[in-house]
Design a binder for this molecule. Sequence first.
Ligand code: HEM
Length: 533
Amino acid sequence: MATSGVPSPWNEAPLVCAALLVAVVAWCAARAAEWAWLRPRRLGRALRAQGLRGTAYRPISGDAAVADRLALEARSRPPLPPGCHAVVPRAMPLFHRAMEEHGKTSITWSGPVPRVTIADPALVRQVLSNKLGHFEKPGFGQLQRLLHYGVSTHQGAKWARHRSIINPAFHLDKLKRMLPAFASCCGDLVGRWEGLAAAAGAGEAREVDVWPEMQRLTGDVISRAAFGSSYLEGRRIFQLQDEQVRLAMLVANKIHVPGYIMLPTRTNRRMKRIAAEIEGILGGMIAKREGAMRAGEAATGDDLLGLMLESNMEQCGGMSADDVIGECKMFYFVGMETTSILLTWTMVLLSMHPEWQDRAREEVLRVFPGGAAGTTAPDYDGLSRLKIVTMVLYEALRLYTPLPAVHRRTYKPVELGGVRYPAGVTLVLPLLSVHHDKDVWGPDAEEFRPERFSEGVAGAAGGADRPPAFFAFGGGPRTCVGQSFALLEAKMGLAMILRRFELELSPSYSHAPFPVPLLKPERGAQVRIRKLP
Ligand code: HEM
């Protein structure tokens, strides 16, 4: 049988496939070169051409690897003498060196990627306020998405929609309704400490590591405040997330490999199972609440989940069920560790500075009479009258800023402080360094002096005529949503602890602020507690 001379398109198929494959590989290679190699170099050249100088860190790949190396270096560094608050050189050696050598705007390189560190408070404020929309948060990696994915990671319209739904849950009148939950968790902690102190004998001191104690307290507070009566399920989520974070640390230095998280390694599989379990629990809780709300029950409660669902309903369902799950996961992440760090450093500082401990206790006992035996929980009016305690908390936030740095990326070309930045430059705003800057806070910047906040935050950095330079909660539109929540919780905790216990630094305490990624006490926070008569 004769075959026709017309060529079949199928005969060419392998050729076409091969050509397509070559084109795709070439395109990927060009993009990879552009993003991993050429583009960073171009950005670096554009910045250097304008006179910006910087410090190269030994080239290594990936942010997480840098973080690991910094962590190792910090661990090998000797602790600071107790009472020394000059923590920046120990906690942020890379940025500190860059600033010492090149001033308040400098470049740091880890590999070919330039990052500009900006430590001038006026420029920091300008970036955070983002008046013309030139700055965005840098992209978040696969690992971050697995851990939490909420308002703190979203951008643009999605961020604006989520933020407007979440904001009302943190209004003062709503926070006031959460106070009983705060008091009950603080009461549990105080009860446990009384047991420990009683076991030590009357008038005797007992050593506790306040760091895990404060983590437990703030974990309980966020569980109750976020999930109200479903608090025990909330606690389970907290345990799972804790394990998730520990696993995340194991894979952190491999995560820059594209698709790594998809590989079926044992750790990755466990992380995915955890994420699925958390989402299952949260999904069940949310469905139960939504069902109750649809049935017209006033079942939303005074907790964050209920308030968020209420606000979501008012705004005609701006968030999907998955979005609500993401936001709940985020509350744990951003809300728990930060506040526990604040409380831990505050207690360490009050143990180092007994004169301020006495002043704070006197104030607490004056506002909430009844002495160490006082059983009534502090109310909102009383907490808002605690001026000395507030000053102490602000000074702790200044010296031991829980989030030592925040990051932004230029979204469009922008001029800032006389330098023109192309789009795509990562900016590091080292809040901790700004808070320790002697040019801003005066020659006593490294000293614990809560009185600098006696007129509030605005005039704290060198008087009312100087612009504010306190950024512990960030600033601008992306300022911390939970600021009042955290301060109220910290005041409640401190008031209840101070009126019952005296704190002193334990001889076993080693002063080692540890920066990756939040400013934690690396070797614990051992404090001796003594029950007051
Ligand atoms: C002492 C405690 C806290 C400190 C020092 C702190 C600090 C910060 C800082 C510096 C930012 C800005 C990050 C940036 O600009 O990139 C931030 C954002 C945020 N914080 Fe807090 N925070 C604390 C407690 C809390 C609590 C208790 C919650 C919630 C329960 C919370 C929720 C958030 C959220 C949702 C954002 C993201 C806001 C946005 O991007 O629109 N924070 N926090």
